[in-house]
Design a binder for this molecule. Structure first.
Ligand code: SF4
Ligand code: FES
Length: 260
């Protein structure tokens, strides 16, 4: 397929900015056009301080409006633009061109940046995957506070120490970078996956919650935590720096000891 060229240069700062000529090699898929996916190259002039998401926007807005991807906040908060960039799961809005581009000795770009949909999920179009099974697993672990007994007349107190037990897992933005980097999930999409376990952890270890046992039983399933093979792919992939594997291990330990 021909390589479209993006030759529009932003006005203003462009004159003083060193732009790089970068090839975005994107895995395309459109079931209305073909049953087969294909790679397509787009060449663009881009400031290395810009993000992969900026490059995708330039392509979509100025070169090929059919390019399809999800994004919303553009600031690493909503979790909607996880994709495989140069073979690694990342958020496009948090990935700077300068951090992933390969340069030769003359300072020219020597390799394309490859961009694909995250693995292990059905691709609907281009970089958009079907997230329904992912969110079903999330819903299955009851990701909400369950407090029994009488309504308190004041807020539910929690010590700083108790709050710290699940602080890490509160940071999840449900981007699916962890789950879609997990080899167990690639082989068997029935596995709950790291993200669902992280979100179960967030409530199991919350001292105000009363449904820890119930969540543990849900994860004691053949598709639950015991499927984890501790490969650490999930921890490496998490853009929020959550210690995903550690959280999974803590849930396993809670299942054995029934202490949480
Ligand atoms: S644990 Fe990290 S990688 Fe997994 S869904 Fe949450 S934020 Fe994304
Ligand atoms: S667009 Fe929201 S996290 Fe990237």
């Amino acid at each position: 397929m021909a390589t479209p060229t993006m030759d529009r240069v932003e006005e203003g700062s462009a004159a003083s900015t060193h732009l790089l000529t970068v090839t975005f090699r994107i895995r395309r898929f459109n079931p209305e056009v073909s049953d087969e996916a294909w790679w397509q190259d787009f060449q663009l002039e881009i400031d290395p301080k810009e993000r992969v998401l900026d490059g995708l926007h330039k392509i979509k807005w100025d070169v090929d409006g059919t390019l399809t991807f999800r994004r919303s906040c553009a600031h690493g908060v909503c979790g909607s633009d996880a994709m495989r960039i140069n073979g690694k799961n990342r958020l496009a809005c948090k990935t700077l061109i300068k951090d992933i581009v390969s340069l030769d000795k003359s300072g020219n770009v020597s390799k394309p940046i490859t961009i694909e949909a995250i693995k292990g999920m059905t691709v609907l179009k281009d970089l958009v995957v079907d997230m329904d099974p992912f969110f079903q697993a999330y819903r299955d672990v009851m990701p909400f506070l369950v407090a029994k007994g009488n309504e308190p007349t004041r807020e539910r107190y929690q010590s700083a120490e108790d709050r710290a037990r699940f602080d890490d897992t509160t940071k999840c933005i449900l981007c699916a970078a962890c789950t879609s980097s997990c080899p167990v999930f690639w082989n068997d999409g029935q596995y709950f996956g790291p993200a669902a376990i992280v979100n179960a952890h967030r409530f199991i270890f919350d001292s105000r919650d009363d449904a820890g046992e119930q969540r543990l039983e849900i994860l004691n399933d053949r598709d639950g935590v015991w499927r984890c093979r501790t490969t650490f792919n999930c921890t490496d992939a998490c853009p929020r720096g959550i210690e995903v594997t550690k959280a999974i291990q803590e849930v396993k330990r809670a299942l054995i000891t029934r202490r949480f």
